[in-house]
Write a protein that binds this ligand. Structure first.
Ligand code: HEM
Length: 433
């Protein structure tokens, strides 16, 4: 349309891969389009790994790489330290659910799991990974609700705040604005709490080699807290939601994990079916609907099968991962043995038998190329721990048949992961003297 920048929406996996590969700080490469994240930038600062482009992004990326990278996270000593504290955190939270079930005398509990997943995800990130010492009650009752409202505000702010006024500059004349400001203040306190252990070198901070002052790290820490909370909650909620509608898959995951206590990469590599379930979840229900890109120059892109496309400078590009991953031509019966819109972890074994795996047939669940998710290994570990521990303790069925999505900063099950739970092993009867 005259006067508007061109827009390209694509669900072609070949094109998505080519554009994602060419998103970087090199001349002529694509940028991440900042238009859909203006609200995030107003809430966290614009100098973040998520929002920045060009040399600033490159610097941020180098700084953030060591603590999150596979080579650091999976160093045996560090891995076991995180894995053990993560595992304790998860089992303490699951024990609460278990106790609730046993003391209520019922053998079945109806629960909306999303708020529980969020709290445990934030606890793992803030206390175990960043080394903070926030009481669980504060996380569950104060920080998570405040962050949820901040994230809702970010979404509304992106769409409606045309003036671009940051929330702390808005006059506190209405209750709603005062509420949002209080939530943002709570977000600042959370950020302080995870920066504080830096001096003592606790948690990941030991791996973080930089003399940048705390103030210079604040905006990225906020992006990590809000972004990771959203993405890990989305991934874990979807995985449990799919398993809750697929009893056979749930049982196969149980068989895979029932002997596993330590979720080291080697153990997880042995849990092949569980790994397929995680891949299938990210394929069918990725946490982000689309990856935004912008052409910095008139650019020819070429796909692996030699198709070429000229994208004019300034084009807003939506790499529509959600629909690419449901495209029958790419993921359907002929290619994988199962319909593209079904949850079928078995398709990954079919693909492997054809010599293809998640490295060459991409679901883009963690993005792809230079801007691939730096929290990929951490997030994967956290989700595997939570889902694995949950499947070991409970059997569960979805209350609603349909598994529809609700949109926000990330995608999540519309019903908030509403389940009926039963303990796998009934507790031994208490001896009465
Ligand atoms: C397990 C759940 C997670 C999923 C599914 C996920 C997904 C993604 C995706 C798809 C992207 C690419 C966006 C794009 O290409 O435009 C991304 C980027 C990013 N993720 Fe994650 N993520 C997860 C966990 C995390 C964690 C735990 C952190 C940090 C603590 C994190 C921090 C980031 C950051 C900072 C970026 C931007 C990187 C850049 O532009 O260079 N993510 N994530």
């Amino acid at each position: 349309m005259p006067g508007f920048a061109p827009v390209l929406v694509t669900r072609d996996p070949g094109l998505i891969r080519a554009i994602a590969t060419a998103t970087s700080d090199q001349p002529g490469d694509f940028d991440r389009d900042t238009l859909p994240s203006t609200g995030i930038a107003r809430a966290t600062g614009a100098d973040t790994l998520l929002f920045a482009n060009g040399p600033l992004w490159r610097r941020q990326r180098k700084l953030a790489a060591p603590p999150f990278g596979k080579t650091t996270l999976f160093q045996p000593e560090l891995f076991h330290e995180f894995e053990t504290t993560f595992r304790h955190t998860v089992s303490r939270r699951l024990d609460l659910l278990r106790n609730h079930l046993t003391t209520s005398g019922q053998n079945r509990l109806r629960v909306q799991l999303e708020p529980e997943i969020k709290s445990v995800m934030l606890e793992m990130l803030a206390n175990n990974f960043f080394g903070a010492e926030l009481p669980y009650e504060d996380i569950r009752n104060r920080h998570v609700p405040a962050l949820e409202r901040v994230i809702d505000h970010i979404v509304r702010d992106t769409v409606t705040n045309r003036l671009g006024v940051p929330v702390h500059k808005l006059p506190g004349f209405s209750k709603a604005i005062a509420r949002v400001q209080a939530d943002y203040a709570c977000f600042e306190q959370l950020t302080d709490a995870v920066l504080a252990p830096r001096k003592a070198g606790k948690g990941l901070w030991r791996q973080f080699k930089s003399d940048a002052p705390d103030e210079a790290l604040r905006s990225n820490i906020k992006v990590f807290l809000a972004g990771a909370l959203e993405a890990t909650t989305s991934f874990a909620s979807w995985t449990i939601s799919h398993l809750a509608r697929n009893a056979a898959a749930q049982e196969r995951v149980f068989l895979d994990v029932k002997e596993i206590d330590d979720y080291s990469p080697e153990h997880l590599a042995g849990a092949r079916y569980f790994d397929s379930v995680l891949n299938e979840t990210l394929r069918l229900t990725p946490s982000l609907y689309f990856l935004p890109r912008r052409a910095t120059a008139d650019t020819w892109v070429e796909t692996a099968d030699q198709r070429k496309l000229m994208i004019p400078q300034g084009t807003h590009i939506l790499l529509d991962v959600w629909h690419a991953n449901r495209h029958e031509d790419h993921w359907g019966r002929e290619a994988t043995g199962y319909s593209a819109i079904d949850f079928a972890p078995e398709r990954w074994a079919n693909l492997a038998a054809k010599g293809r795996d998640s490295k060459d047939i991409l679901h883009f669940g963690f993005g792809h190329g230079p801007r691939v998710c730096p929290g990929k290994y951490l997030g994967h570990l956290e989700v595997a721990l939570v889902v694995g521990a949950f499947v070991k303790m409970f059997t569960f069925q979805a209350v609603n048949r349909d598994n529809r999505a609700k949109a926000g900063v990330s995608t999540k099950p519309l019903d908030g992961t509403l389940l009926d739970l039963q303990l796998r092993q009934q507790p031994a009867p208490v001896a009465v003297s």
